[in-house]
Design a protein around this ligand. Structure first.
Ligand code: ATP
Ligand code: MG
Length: 382
């Protein structure tokens, strides 16, 4: 990342947040958060309930004042700028449309409040352009109560976009929609963002949504950003055991670092020594977890020759399985590393594996498919 020293040289829409914190009494809602966003980035803020996502967004929008830190947008600092002057607009989880106003009036509301006044004809054309962006220009006279959930969501989006923000803030904008509509709106939002070329900061606690939509994901925990990277990197190289368990499904084997050779780290566990790729700097003897994704594991029949090709194996019995058409999810109770979740694709291959509960199987994997992550311990943190 390029160091920014002089705001004058910075592109409009470049957002830079430095050491932002917010305390409510003893509660540190947001702690020392820093990040920079190139214009046109789809940035997801992902984290469990209460980790500070909304508080961070409110400080960016100007609805909360930070306890410490700075916000810079384009060539200037906006930390103390009133919300209505900031070139940032917000779409909330509950869109709060005015029920007595029709769609066009809702979308044009903020423009009508502006002083000096904006000409009526300009308001009309900007409202129409915003409604076209969200494909609602055929329904300007409908009231919110006469719209579906997805259409109401589009009105809220148009209302935020009509002011031509350089960054759009979205706080769990899809959480009120049913699953099917949610998937459609995800695609629509993504395409809207790339057409507009502005940054979206998208708050969600749905990791699937973040992985599929974002250019970059910042994972928040207890007010801090613990990892800020691309979706693929986050999934493949989680910074610690908490992130590894939060993103997708992960199997863990507890151990300590025994040594490093080439790009592999050896982990001593109760079940013996395993190797994997470390996702962070580790010290000898440090508490770590060997982390194994279910889809990186393979299942073999007990005496199959194929199982001998796997670098690591654990023998066990199938404890539970579920069929999903294109894949089978199994839980295998192993003799050495506990219960292990395994995901087997059923892509046209005939399987001789006994998936039935109680069937004997061998779980196998290669060291390069395993990750070694530092153990995160909440008690040790403070
Ligand atoms: N006005 C307030 N006064 C006191 N504490 C607050 C206030 N607003 C938020 N908090 C606390 O700050 C922390 C972060 O809250 P925040 O709303 O930012 O979480 P969130 O990540 O958006 O959670 P969710 O996913 O549930 O929306 C929580 O512990 C919350 O209780
Ligand atoms: Mg929230």
């Amino acid at each position: 990342m390029t160091a920014v020293t002089n705001d004058e040289q910075v592109a409009e829409g470049f957002l830079r947040v430095v050491g932002l914190s917010k305390a409510y009494g003893d509660v540190r809602a947001v702690s020392n958060v820093s990040f920079s966003l190139e214009p046109g980035t789809f940035f997801a803020l992902l984290g469990p309930s209460g980790c500070g996502k909304t508080t961070l967004l409110k400080m960016l929008a100007g609805f909360e004042s930070p306890s410490a830190g700075e916000i810079h947008l384009g060539p200037g600092e906006i930390t103390d700028m009133p919300a209505f002057r900031r070139p940032l607009n917000t779409v909330f989880q509950h869109y709060a449309l005015f029920p007595h106003m029709d769609v066009a009036k809702n979308v044009g509301y903020a423009l009508r409040q502006q002083r000096p006044r904006i000409a009526k004809s300009e308001i009309e054309s900007r409202v129409n352009a915003a409604l076209q962006l969200v494909q609602l220009d055929h329904l300007p006279r409908r009231r919110p109560s006469e719209l579906s959930g997805g259409q109401q969501q589009r009105v809220a989006l148009a209302r935020a976009l009509v002011a031509h923000p350089s960054v759009l803030l979205l706080d769990e904008p899809l959480s009120a929609l049913d699953a099917k509509l949610r998937v459609d709106m995800q695609a629509e939002l993504k395409s809207l963002q790339s057409r507009l070329g502005i940054s979206f900061i998208f708050v969600t606690h749905d990791q699937g949504e973040a992985l599929s939509m974002a250019d970059r994901i910042a994972v928040m925990r207890e007010g801090e950003i613990v990892q800020d990277t691309t979706p693929m990197d986050l999934y493949d190289r989680p910074a610690d055991s908490w992130v590894a368990g939060f993103i997708g499904t992960m199997n863990f084997v507890a151990g300590t670092v025994a040594g490093v050779s080439d790009d592999l780290t050896q982990v001593e566990t109760e079940a013996g020594t395993f190797s994997g790729i470390a996702t962070a700097d580790l010290n000898s003897g440090q508490d770590v977890r060997l982390a194994l994704r279910p889809e990186r594991l393979r299942l073999f029949a007990p005496d199959s020759d194929d199982s001998k090709a796997a670098e690591c194996t654990a023998t066990g019995v199938v404890e539970a399985f579920s069929f999903h058409g294109d894949q089978v999810d199994c839980t295998v109770r192993t003799q050495t590393i506990g219960a292990v979740k395994v995901r087997i694709p059923l892509a046209g291959t005939a399987h001789e594996i006994d998936f039935q509960s109680g069937g004997a199987v061998v779980v196998g994997w290669n060291s390069r498919d395993a990750r070694v992550v530092p153990t995160w311990n909440s008690a040790a943190k403070s």
